[in-house]
Design a protein around this ligand. Structure first.
Ligand SMILES: NC(=O)c1ccc[n+]([C@@H]2O[C@H](COP(=O)([O-])OP(=O)(O)OC[C@H]3O[C@@H](n4cnc5c(N)ncnc54)[C@H](OP(=O)(O)O)[C@@H]3O)[C@@H](O)[C@H]2O)c1
Length: 339
């Protein structure tokens, strides 16, 4: 099969596509999936170079999030409710390939209303934003939320979810084009360009000097954002897209009685796996009921042949929403004939 294989650690732009890689061997409690779309994540770029905390042994197939169909002709573990042909989404290392072997606990049915491209960001990106806002920050309807990198993968999902949950959303991003995207797909109430000096004053003005109740920050700019947080506000530490791990002067935390709240979605697999289905069911319910707008997919869709171009676009801040690689086109006639 065709797969984006890391034979030696390198920047993805230096890695050619492997055209004759063996189909993975299923281990206990794994299911085989035909990948239709795979989601890009910033850590793919780091992992290919050995700069991420998760370092799989070489050689390995890159990619971690996918949507596709359960493969025909492979065994399905006992007790697994899925059958060949089912539309699914999930997460597994090796998603940048035609087939991926996935632990059954890491794959779920994809709602009929969502495309494979939309499903490719549902297993990691969306639950991160949901868990952060709902269970970690305890966001309440009517509260003010500031989302940084609001046009990015987790950022745009956070804007969409916060709006669906009845919050008032201020979206911050680095260009007018990206702010337009957030308005179009996320329905943010207010837009702020955070590359402009003193942007926090705009946030204070918008909130009538109160400041925001919740900060959702995937960039690593919480110290900047604390200039416009409300008394007893909660600041969510989501990521460090700007490239370095932020250090915060603790007097800022003390002065307004604020809470710094961490979120690491992947760690729930280890510490609280029983909580994960609650999160998936809750945000899928929001999506399928129409209370939250469907996931936004970046306009340029990549393929296995130009996969590294998509990672380059991600690395250079060009993408918005969820950027995906289309691995296989859906042919409804063929798929129906098989079922
Ligand atoms: N905590 C968790 O469980 C979890 C889960 C998923 C992702 N994350 C983390 O969240 C962060 C964002 O992930 P994502 O998938 O949303 O990424 P993304 O789609 O690439 O968005 C990142 C955005 O960050 C902004 N940014 C600001 N400074 C940047 C810089 N120096 N370089 C690159 N981007 C910069 C850019 O928006 P502007 O151009 O508008 O500034 C960029 O579009 C990453 O650090 C990721 O590892 C954490």
């Amino acid at each position: 099969m065709r797969a984006f294989v890391v034979h030696e650690l390198a920047h993805p732009s230096k890695i050619p596509l492997t055209k004759d890689w063996p189909v993975p061997t299923l281990k206990k409690d794994q299911i085989m999936v035909d990948v239709y779309s795979a989601g890009y994540n910033f850590f793919d770029i780091l992992q290919a170079q050995g700069k991420h905390q998760s370092k799989p042994p070489l050689p390995f197939v890159l990619g971690s999030e996918f949507a596709g169909r359960v493969s025909h002709g492979f065994p399905i573990p006992e007790g697994c409710p899925l059958k060949p042909g089912d539309r699914v989404f999930g997460a597994a290392l090796g998603s940048f390939a035609e087939k991926v072997a996935v632990p059954v606990k890491s794959v779920m049915k994809l709602p009929d209303s969502l495309t494979f491209d939309q499903g490719a960001g549902l297993f990691v990106t969306w639950p991160t934003s949901f868990e952060a806002l709902v269970h970690r920050a305890q966001l309440q309807p009517g509260e003010w939320v500031l989302v940084t990198a609001a046009a990015g993968g987790v950022g745009l999902a956070a804007v969409q979810l916060a709006k669906g949950l009845g919050a008032k959303v201020i979206a911050a991003a680095g260009s007018q084009d990206k702010l337009d995207i957030v308005k179009r797909y996320g329905g943010a109430d207010y837009l702020v360009d955070y590359t402009k000096k003193g942007w926090q004053q705009d946030v204070l003005k918008i909130t009538n000097r109160k400041g925001v109740d919740v900060i959702f920050d995937p960039v690593g700019m919480i110290a900047d954002c604390l200039k416009c947080i409300a008394w007893k506000g909660r600041a969510l530490v989501v990521g460090f897209a700007a490239g370095s791990i932020e250090k915060i002067p603790m007097n800022l935390v003390l002065l307004k009685n604020i809470s710094l709240v961490g979120i690491h979605w992947g760690a729930y697999q280890v510490h609280e796996p029983g909580h994960m289905p609650t999160v998936y069911n809750a945000f899928l319910d929001l999506l399928t009921s129409g209370r939250v707008t469907p996931p936004a997919v970046y306009k340029d869709i990549y393929s296995l042949d130009n996969l590294a171009d998509g990672l380059h676009a991600l690395e250079t801040r060009k993408t918005w929403g969820k950027a995906v690689v289309k691995v296989k086109e859906e042919d409804s006639r063929v798929e129906k004939a098989k079922l």
